[in-house]
Design a protein around this ligand. Sequence first.
Ligand SMILES: CC(C)(COP(=O)(O)OP(=O)(O)OC[C@H]1O[C@@H](n2cnc3c(N)ncnc32)[C@H](O)[C@@H]1OP(=O)(O)O)[C@@H](O)C(=O)NCCC(=O)NCCS
Length: 191
Amino acid sequence: MTHLVTPDARWHDSWAGTIREFGDEFPHGSGIGEGEVLEGRAACELFVAERLRFADPAARLPDGMVPCDYFWIADGDEVIGFVALRHRLNDWLFEMGGHIGYSVRPSRRRQGHAGRALALALGRARELGLDRVLLTCDEDNRASRLTIEGGGGVYEDTRNGKQRFWIDLTRAATPEGSVSRPRDGAGAAPA
Ligand SMILES: CC(C)(COP(=O)(O)OP(=O)(O)OC[C@H]1O[C@@H](n2cnc3c(N)ncnc32)[C@H](O)[C@@H]1OP(=O)(O)O)[C@@H](O)C(=O)NCCC(=O)NCCS
């Protein structure tokens, strides 16, 4: 069963395995910077603490960054992917990045995890008070486009090679499943 869990270094091993499996592919929604290398549990702990700060709307964030909930997608007690839910858009996110980014480790794709994770993230977005969210994908990213459309995304336009879709949260169904929110603090184990 797909869950979204608050990042926690206790799941370091499957988190690290997931990152490794991405290889050269960028793990969208993970909060890991392009080319950033995170080796070992201590680095994971520091990374998690830093990313959880982003969930606090009052936190001082680096220039150009907006508050964001980072989640790890879990199946049982195994981390299999990532979701980032930005609380608001800046100019770049409005044009290119959108509110929500996600990825699933290659060996766990086509099992419905992204669709379920997106539905859970939409529930969290509604809790944050958003009434619509923007999602984007590259024009040739069929898997992501189908995931977005499955979540209720309505195509608006394409800008700089990015297809842009809006999901109306006042209409979307309430998802089943669980989300352990960053604000809840660490400790909620994936069920
Ligand atoms: C996009 C991604 C997250 C989809 O993850 P997933 O867990 O395989 O997706 P799901 O199994 O939930 O499938 C969602 C939909 O996409 C379709 N789909 C998934 N992979 C597909 C593929 N390779 N080709 C065609 N359709 C595909 C599924 O059939 C499903 O469509 P349906 O609801 O009409 O049946 C995954 O491919 C991925 O991590 N890609 C790299 C990162 C990325 O592109 N992230 C998005 C950045 S905007």
